[in-house]
Unconditional design. Structure first.
Length: 409
């Protein structure tokens, strides 16, 4: 699960004075931050936001530039690189990794907009960070040059650390009929954040509510979501392979990066503690001496490994199609949607096995196990990654049955 295919990494550009880091470099940077993220994990969880020290450290390491176009000093990374970096962070703090994952994919979404919009975000500030919510507000009206929007958008991971927001908007015609659905790019200075993120898990993600009242969004900062789902992006930079990837597969699969890291972190933790932990009320002075414990570890490791194999297969397929300039076929897109749920299920199942293997001490407040358990299970309920929806969509695709479930494939 730790092998990396550097052919899919961010390749150095000899024409640039400072070559972009490779995937291996970026993963090492993320791994180097693990002690800091572990140190701040309890504080981040308690305060319901990633510790500012974490955010600053990730910014200093360039980890928020992963999916920013090279034209603005970013690394123009692949989906594979996104998963590997967020997984490395997730081993230490799932909530902080989630913030990095969502801010990075929103940078990728921004790279799909017209040059004029991208310039307003990254041209003005190459260090700009973007958070986002797809769920649309129907409160909009057409004015000359754009839309005026209002609404509330739950739950925007990374909004506490962002300069811009992507929010879903529906436009109706003069008769009130549906006309189009957009992602609207709005400066955070023109919206407010409502403190609503009171949850059992993923507390450090600070996924609060964005509120807008009568905010004007010019047309060049509106992207038609259904056109994007069909592979039609408004960016003029059609030669940038990173921004030719399939919209929904990218939006779905990036959710599993932190999960992979949490699964790895929990597995490593239980294995490291096992030689010094007895199994209470048994003859086993070391957990490692128990055949049942050995079996539990093997079962959990296989689930974690299987999750990685499925995630990296999907990421590699998305990246390869983007490099070829081809739209990923519908059946593969449907399978990636299903894979997203299957991957998170493997991780949550593995963590449940590890909780039992490690023992009741897993639920002590001082144990990272209970935090991985809470964070993983909360993240697994993200609407785009729900296993039942993804599996039904894939089943319909396999059988040639019309998909009446969701257009997001």
């Amino acid at each position: 699960m730790n092998q990396r295919d550097n052919t899919l990494s961010v390749l150095p550009d000899p024409s640039q004075a400072n070559a972009a880091p490779t995937l291996e470099d970026l993963v090492k940077r993320a791994e180097a931050l693990q002690p800091l993220l572990r140190k701040n994990a309890v504080e981040s969880d308690k305060n319901r936001r990633a510790a500012e020290e974490n955010i600053v450290a990730m910014a200093d390491a360039g980890l928020f530039k992963l999916m920013v176009p090279k034209r603005y000093g970013g690394y123009e990374g692949t989906v594979r690189s996104h998963l590997e970096v967020s997984a490395a962070l997730g081993e230490a703090c799932g909530g902080t990794a989630w913030v990095a994952a969502l801010i990075n994919v929103c940078a990728w979404f921004t790279g799909l907009f017209p040059k004029r919009a991208q310039d307003e975000v990254f041209g003005v500030n190459p260090e700009a960070r973007v958070s986002g919510v797809f769920t649309p507000s129907p409160q909009s009206r057409r004015v000359e040059g754009g839309l005026v929007i209002s609404g509330k958008w739950y739950f925007s991971s990374g909004s506490l650390h962002a300069d811009w927001a992507l929010v879903g908007v529906i436009e109706h015609d003069q008769n009130g009929a549906f006309k189009a659905q957009y992602l609207a790019l709005v400066p955070m200075s023109e919206v407010s954040i409502e403190d609503t993120w009171y949850t059992a898990g993923m507390r450090a993600s600070g996924s609060n509510c964005i509120v807008a009242s009568e905010v004007f969004v010019p047309d060049h900062r509106l992207m038609d979501i259904m056109a994007a789902v069909n592979g039609v992006y408004p960016t003029e930079f059609v030669d940038e392979a990173a921004y030719r990837a399939a919209f929904v597969p990218v939006a779905a699969l990036i959710l599993v990066g932190p999960q992979l890291g949490m699964g790895r972190g929990a597995l490593k933790y239980v294995m490291e503690k096992a030689p010094t932990r007895a199994i209470t009320y048994t003859s086993f002075e070391k957990q490692t001496d128990s055949a049942v414990f050995q079996t539990q570890i093997a079962e959990a490791a296989i689930k974690v490994d299987t999750a990685h194999l499925r995630a990296f297969r999907s990421a590699d397929e998305i990246d390869a199609a983007a490099r070829r300039g081809e739209m990923l076929d519908y059946l593969t897109r449907a399978r990636v949607r299903a894979d997203t749920g299957v991957i998170t299920t493997h991780i949550t199942d593995a963590i449940n096995i590890l909780l039992s293997a490690h023992g009741a001490g897993s639920f002590a407040e001082t144990s990272p196990m209970q935090r991985w358990w809470r964070d993983s299970n909360t993240a697994a309920r993200h609407a785009v990654g729900l296993p039942a929806v993804g599996i039904e969509v894939y089943g319909k695709a396999l059988l040639g049955v019309e998909n009446t479930v969701t257009p997001l494939v």
